[in-house]
Write a protein that binds this ligand. Structure first.
Ligand SMILES: [Zn+2]
Length: 115
């Protein structure tokens, strides 16, 4: 990875952190408690609770990514191994790093992990 690519990845980290912070705010607004008397019928209330469950999971996902990206942002300059797969030690392709800057694995090893 050259300096220009490295800078592009750092810009991408900043951008993704900003986007995730926005998403987090939106999700938190949607996660206001449902008042028991907010009734348009039982089914609607049930549907709202189901929706909140989905928002809750999304929020968790956003928070985990935020933590990882913020950590990366503060450590990337001091990490000479950044961009190297933790498992096979190959260089992680630049396009993959742009998409998921916090990834520790190349696509091949990442797929191996999830199966
Ligand atoms: Zn790998």
């Amino acid at each position: 990875m050259n300096d220009l690519e490295f800078q592009q990845i750092k810009d991408q980290i900043t951008l993704q952190i900003a986007t995730l912070l926005n998403e987090k705010t939106l999700l938190q607004e949607k996660l206001q408690p449902i008042a028991p008397d907010c009734c348009l019928g039982d089914l609607t209330r049930f549907e709202m609770m189901h929706e909140q469950d989905i928002f809750q999971r999304s929020l968790l996902h956003v928070e985990v990514r935020l933590t990882n990206l913020q950590h990366l942002f503060h450590t990337i300059d001091a990490n000479p191994d950044y961009g190297q797969c933790c498992e096979c030690y190959d260089e992680i392709p630049f396009q993959r790093l742009l998409l998921i800057p916090e990834t520790k694995y190349c696509i091949h090893c990442a797929l191996g992990h999830k199966i």
